[in-house]
Design a protein around this ligand. Structure first.
Ligand code: FE2
Ligand code: FE2
Length: 188
């Protein structure tokens, strides 16, 4: 894994800038069949990216659990519509966790579903509020934390792994929708 994506830059020849591929990277991709879809362009970043994705996976699982808790305990409260929204978010956080786990495996890593240190690895918190507005508030805080974490991950990854970046961008836009929806329910 010596070739790096960073080496793929427009090449200057005869005073002209040319867009050409790095042949060494292509040759290395041909050689290491054991790495599956992981090609040398991931270079030294693969392990860091897997760690970032595993922390995001822990966050999604905690968010799913928090929304489930809120869905079941908010049921008897004033707004069934808000409880339904919590359920939809729980399902979408579950889908996010599956996308992240799938990408971790594609990168040759192991998705960490261990419950033992889930909260330590998660960026967002669990919450057992009984009051509906307190639930909405804690979910909004968690969504804002998730938005910040995904934005930072996307900036860090940049062009080092475009597939992972696209996965994260799609998740980020859904977290922004979640935050928007929660803001609408929040009474000032
Ligand atoms: Fe999510
Ligand atoms: Fe979310």
């Amino acid at each position: 894994m010596s070739a790096r994506h960073d080496n793929v830059k427009p090449l200057k020849s005869d005073g002209q800038v040319r867009l050409v591929l790095d042949q060494k990277g292509l040759d290395a991709a041909r050689r290491s069949l054991d790495d599956g879809a992981v090609t040398p362009s991931y270079g030294p970043w693969r392990e860091d990216i897997i760690k970032l994705l595993n922390d995001a996976l822990a966050t999604e699982i905690v968010c799913m659990l928090r929304y489930k808790r809120h869905y079941y305990t908010a049921k008897g409260l004033s707004s069934p519509a808000i409880a339904e929204e919590f359920l939809v978010h729980a399902q979408e956080e579950t889908a996010h966790s599956e996308q992240l786990a799938e990408r971790i495996v594609q990168l040759g890593g192991e998705p960490d579903f261990s419950p033992s240190n889930l909260l330590d690895r998660s960026h967002a918190d669990y919450d057992e509020s009984a009051d509906l507005q307190a639930m909405i508030r804690s979910n909004l805080i968690a969504e804002r934390v998730a938005i910040e974490a995904y934005s930072q991950m996307i900036a860090l990854i940049g062009d080092k792994d475009s597939t992972t970046r696209r996965v994260l961008e799609a998740i980020l836009s859904q977290e922004q929708e979640h935050a928007d929806e929660l803001s609408d329910w929040l009474t000032p």
